[in-house]
Design a protein around this ligand. Structure first.
Ligand SMILES: [Mg+2]
Length: 118
């Protein structure tokens, strides 16, 4: 099967993945993230940031505009990105998240690990 000619999208979490997780503050960049994002950008990936910060849950709970905080952070550290995703979950080739668990028909393992670890 031929590879899709569509531009591949990578959806990346913010806190704990791009930046150190010191929520509601914004941490420092994670080690290697600037280089990794540049590599992905140069390879032609569309980089989308998806964070709970911009969701409706925190809309009234946090003083500052969280969209702008992420945008300012990314620009300050010269990290390439195409957009900060605010609406529903975007379709992507991959999602990168510090809290992700890969699902492969393994609900029993996932539930067991979560109960054990959290
Ligand atoms: Mg996170």
């Amino acid at each position: 099967m031929a590879k899709s000619k569509r531009r591949k999208k990578i959806v990346i979490d913010f806190d704990g993945t791009i930046a150190d997780d010191v929520f509601p503050d914004v941490g420092n960049p994670q080690e290697g993230v600037v280089e990794a994002l540049n590599t992905l950008k140069e390879a032609g990936f569309e980089i989308i940031i998806h964070s709970c910060r911009t969701g409706s849950y925190f809309k009234d709970a946090l003083d500052e505009d969280q969209f702008e905080r992420i945008e300012d952070f990314m620009n300050y550290y010269n990290m390439p990105f195409d957009r900060i995703w605010v609406p529903d979950k975007p379709i992507a080739s991959a999602y990168i998240d510090d809290k992700a668990i890969r699902y492969r028909n393994n609900w029993k393992d996932i539930a067991g690990k979560l109960v054990e670890q959290l």
